[in-house]
Write a protein that binds this ligand. Structure first.
Ligand code: SAH
Length: 252
């Protein structure tokens, strides 16, 4: 149950603007929520908040909570006050993307998080960029994007795996939409509540053998993202958006 409706408009406005933080702790009325040094530094030094100020917290499963800052100096801790938004189901949409240059992979993680992807799997293809992104940094980018865009979860970010093994272990119940430039293919189908995934190739594209393998897989549908050749990061953003349009109404 959302308590936004029960709140005075002024309180609701103040809470909507409150900083949002992801935390690992369970959220329940009166729960003490430890925050790490980086979060404490952000609250105290960057946002100039202090004991008594209110923030919003989410942990991926208990919804979004109002919390009061108790201490930010030693052993920084917040106190969970009340539920603001119940946890709601989110799209079951994965992104499989060949690694790009570091800053572009980071952009893709940020945008895929904003676009609701629940899991991001870097897939190694014949032409993919060998440069390795730092998984901890990618996770931090996903957390920050989730905090900013008001989602209630953070996408899982997997270790890179070869495309062939991702396909070999694929659960056939999940539709895999492979973005293929120059294919005579329809636009990506909408996932509308179904388990689905988008696959985007590297800067150099998929090889003919990879495309043949994809086309032969019963759970794969090739999709076109339009008449122009997009950069891989653009293709990931456009594909994720198209698979979810039109969007369901936002919760109250
Ligand atoms: N270098 C390749 C293009 C690769 S684009 C060439 O010149 O042919 C990188 C990835 O973005 C592709 O592997 C594909 O997954 C996706 N992509 C780019 N444009 C697309 C389009 N118009 N339709 C579908 N997928 C596209």
């Amino acid at each position: 149950m959302s308590v936004w409706v029960g709140m005075a408009a002024t309180v609701r406005r103040a809470m909507a603007k409150a900083i949002r933080l992801h935390c690992a702790a369970l959220l329940a009325p009166g729960a003490a929520i430890p925050v790490d040094r980086q979060q404490a530094h952000y609250l105290a030094r960057v946002m100039r908040l202090a004991a008594g100020d209110t923030v919003r917290l989410f942990n991926g499963h208990d919804g979004e909570w109002a919390a009061r800052i108790e201490r930010l100096d030693r052993e920084p801790v917040l106190l969970a006050l009340e539920l603001l938004r119940a946890q709601t189901p989110e799209p079951d949409l994965w992104l499989l993307a060949a690694p790009l240059r570091r800053e572009l992979t980071e952009l893709v993680v940020q945008k895929a998080t904003e676009l609701g992807a629940s899991r991001i799997l870097p897939v190694l293809t014949a032409r993919s960029n060998p440069q390795r992104a730092n998984p901890q940094r990618l996770r931090a980018i996903a957390v920050e994007a989730a905090e900013q865009c008001e989602r209630l979860t953070v996408p899982a970010i997997e270790a890179p795996a070869p495309l062939a093994s991702a396909l070999a272990g694929w659960d056939g119940g999940r539709l895999l939409v492979a973005a293929a430039e120059r294919a005579q293919a329809a636009p990506p189908p909408r996932c509308a509540g179904r388990a689905a995934a988008l696959l985007v190739g590297p800067e150099g594209g998929f090889t003919p053998a990879e495309l043949d393998g994809l086309a032969a897989s019963p759970f794969v549908v090739l999709a076109s993202l339009g008449p122009r050749i997009l950069r891989a990061e653009t293709a990931a953003i456009v594909g994720l958006a198209l698979m979810q349009a039109p969007w369901p109404p936002s919760p109250p």
